[in-house]
Design a protein around this ligand. Structure first.
Ligand SMILES: [Zn+2]
Length: 296
C-alpha cells in the first residue's frame, strides 16, 4: 500500500535531508552502502535499486531515485539547458516505467544519482520529472524547481536559455567537479590536511571564467575554506613544484593562532598530492596561477 501523498512528500523530504547530511560529510558523494541502508526515523531504507537504474519503493507512489551511469546500458546522459533526458528501462512501457510516469503526474521530487566511480555517486536532488514521451521512451527531468513549470523547454527564450545553462552548471557539473576533486585528495585539504568534508571546497586553479579553466580534476585543488579563500585572494600561492608560499606582508604580521598556525606556518610546506598521477594538478595551470600570485 502506498502512503497518502502528504506522507509521501514528507518521507522524501526526510530522505533528502539525510542524504544532504551524508553528502556534505564526505565532500560531495554517497556510497552504494549508504544508499542501500539509509536510516530514516529509526528504520533502514534502500534508496537505490539493486541493479537497475530506477528505484520504485513499494510504499511510495512514484519513483524515488534514478541512476545515471555513463557506463550503463542507457543512453541517459543527455543534458540540455537545465533538463536531463532519462531513458526508460528497456522492455515494456509498463513495469518500472509506470512509476516513473507517475512522478510526472504527481509532481513528486526525485533523486538523481550520478555514478562517479563504481559504488560512488554524486546525488542531485530534488529534481522533477516534468514530461514523459512513450514514443521516444524518455522522461524529461528538470534539474531545478524553477524550470519545472516551463511549458516549452525545447524553445526557451535567450535569457531563460542562459539561466538553464547556469542551472546545469550549478546542479550537475559543479557538484561532480567538487566531488571528483575532494575524492582525489582523499577528503583532505592539500595544504593543511584538514579532513572534514563539510569544511572542504574544490578550488579551481585556473578560474572557471578562464578559457582553460575547465572543471577537471587536474585543474582543481581540494582546499579547506580558509585556504581556499586565501588562495583566491592571492594571500597563499602554490608554486608549480607544490610548495606553499604565503604573502610577504602576511608573514610579517602578528596575530592569533589562525594567522600563526593556519597561514604563516604553512609557508614553504609541500602540498599533499593525489595518489594517482592523472589526478594531480597540471603544472601549466599551477604555473599560470603562481604568476598571478607573484604579480599581486
Ligand atoms: Zn587547509
Amino acid at each position: 500500500m502506498a502512503l497518502d501523498l502528504d506522507a509521501d512528500f514528507a518521507l522524501r523530504d526526510q530522505i533528502m535531508k539525510r542524504l544532504a547530511y551524508l553528502r556534505d560529510q564526505s565532500g560531495g558523494v554517497v556510497t552504494r552502502d549508504q544508499l542501500t541502508d539509509l536510516e530514516i526515523n529509526g528504520q533502514r531504507r534502500r534508496i537505490i535499486d539493486q541493479s537497475a537504474g530506477i528505484w520504485n519503493p513499494s510504499d511510495l507512489n512514484a519513483t524515488l531515485s534514478i541512476l545515471s551511469s555513463p557506463t550503463g546500458p542507457y543512453d541517459d546522459g543527455q543534458v540540455e539547458g537545465g533538463y536531463f533526458r532519462y531513458d526508460y528501462k528497456t522492455g515494456s512501457i509498463g513495469g518500472s516505467n509506470t512509476k516513473l510516469r507517475r512522478a510526472v503526474e504527481l509532481g513528486l521530487p526525485l533523486i538523481l544519482l550520478l555514478k562517479l566511480k563504481p559504488g560512488i555517486f554524486v546525488p542531485v536532488f530534488p529534481v522533477f520529472a516534468v514530461r514523459y514521451d512513450d514514443d521516444a521512451r524518455q522522461i524529461l527531468i528538470a534539474l531545478d524547481e524553477s524550470l519545472r513549470f516551463i511549458e516549452h523547454p525545447e524553445t526557451l527564450s535567450e535569457p531563460l536559455k542562459r539561466y538553464a545553462e547556469q542551472t546545469t552548471l550549478r546542479r550537475l557539473h559543479q557538484p561532480v567537479f567538487r566531488a571528483s576533486v575532494i575524492r582525489a585528495y582523499h577528503t583532505q585539504c592539500t595544504v593543511c590536511r584538514l579532513k572534514h568534508g563539510v569544511l572542504l571546497d574544490a578550488a579551481h586553479i585556473r578560474p572557471d571564467a578562464h578559457e582553460s579553466g575547465l572543471p577537471v580534476v587536474s585543474n582543481g585543488l581540494s582546499l579547506c575554506k580558509i585556504h581556499h579563500a586565501a588562495y583566491d585572494q592571492n594571500l597563499l600561492g602554490i608554486r608549480p613544484d607544490g610548495v606553499v608560499q604565503i604573502n610577504q606582508d602576511l608573514l610579517g604580521e602578528t596575530d592569533g593562532p589562525m594567522l600563526k598556525y593556519g597561514l604563516q606556518q604553512m609557508h614553504q610546506t609541500s602540498i599533499t598530492l593525489p595518489r594517482r598521477k592523472i589526478e594531480r594538478p597540471s603544472t601549466d595551470a599551477l604555473e599560470w596561477r603562481y604568476e598571478q600570485f607573484k604579480a599581486s
